[in-house]
Design a protein around this ligand. Structure first.
Ligand code: C2E
Ligand code: MG
Ligand code: MG
Ligand code: MG
Length: 281
């Protein structure tokens, strides 16, 4: 009906907005169903230590196996989940599924790995450490197997409270990494105040290396700062051999990206680990 009023732009725009909120509502309803019916699953992307060629970790990335639409990537539903608050339930599911998987890998005698789970700001509340402790207990998972990826946006509010929460998590033996590093707005001083072990250089910087001199400068600065502050550093979204060579000269410790492997189903990840324990790039 909006369209019938002619194309004065405004009617058309509000029609678009209605369509968007309808899409969102549909996704939200679908997500509730997905949680109940077990349509969510995790894929795992290996993290490779450059010097040894060993897989030292895996990032768990949520997927939605939609009955009609097939595999839906998180970019299409995480924002809706964040807005609706459903992300807390989804996040709980992801945390437990990752712990269960890690426990299976431990039982299968896989070498110790950090299985990393992405956290949303809405999960980063005072109850989190208790939840994580219960999960580790329930699944008898050594805390060294679990890593939590947080983003700079979570560090901006009430530093004292954030530090307390991080200290509790680190006290359990879980490690924290700072995802998409370099894209947020917060100050660098949190690097010395917060108990963060690893910096993940955002893919947008890696993308331009080694051709773009600005991206090279940013990447090299982050790596050297990380080293001086005794943080581990990993580059995400590594796609080419030239990028690997560049990162190696800078002494970047770990990489994650399509050059080595995309995110894999748990089965394919295990097969990869079985077939060749080390990979020299
Ligand atoms: P992220 O945490 O920064 O995850 C890395 C993303 O980069 C993943 O996209 C991964 O598939 C993609 N990627 C890895 N290597 C390459 C590469 O070489 N080239 C390119 N072009 N891309 C690469 P994915 O799986 O679509 O996830 C997107 C984002 O969704 C994640 O970004 C994260 O912010 C969010 N996300 C995924 N799973 C979860 C989850 O369980 N909870 C929460 N809160 N967020 C999640
Ligand atoms: Mg991540
Ligand atoms: Mg990332
Ligand atoms: Mg990123």
């Amino acid at each position: 009906r909006a369209k019938q009023r002619g194309d004065n732009g405004f009617a058309y725009y509000s029609h678009e907005m209605n369509q968007r909120s309808l899409d969102r509502l549909k996704i939200e309803a679908g997500l509730r169903k997905a949680l109940e019916q077990g349509e969510l699953l995790l894929h795992y992307q290996p993290k490779l230590e450059l010097e040894s060629g060993r897989v030292v970790g895996a990032e768990a990335l949520v997927r939605w196996q939609h009955p009609d639409r097939g595999m839906v990537p998180p970019g299409e539903f995480i924002p809706v989940a964040e807005e609706s608050g459903l992300i807390v339930r989804i996040g709980d599911w992801v945390l437990e599924a990752a712990c269960i998987q890690a426990r299976c890998w431990l039982d299968a005698d896989m070498p110790v790995m950090r299985v990393a789970v992405n956290l949303s700001a809405r999960q980063f509340t005072p109850g989190l450490a208790g939840k994580v402790r219960d999960l580790l207990n329930r699944h008898q998972l050594p805390a060294a197997w679990l890593e939590l990826e947080i983003t700079e946006s979570m560090l901006m509010h009430s530093a004292e409270e954030v530090i307390t929460m991080m200290d509790e998590l680190v006290g359990l033996g879980v490690s924290l990494s700072l995802d998409d590093f370099g894209t947020g707005y917060s100050s660098l001083s949190y690097l010395k105040r917060f108990p963060i072990e690893t910096l993940k250089i955002d893919r947008s910087f890696i993308e331009g290396t080694p051709g773009d001199s600005d991206d090279c400068a940013i990447t090299s600065t982050i790596i050297s700062m990380a080293k001086q502050l005794k943080h581990r550093v990993i580059a995400e979204g590594v796609e080419t051999a030239d990028q690997v060579a560049f990162l190696k000269t800078l002494g970047c410790e770990e990489i994650q990206g399509y050059i080595f492997s995309p995110p894999l189903s748990a089965g394919k990840f295990e097969a990869l680990m079985r077939e060749s324990p080390t990979f020299m790039l």
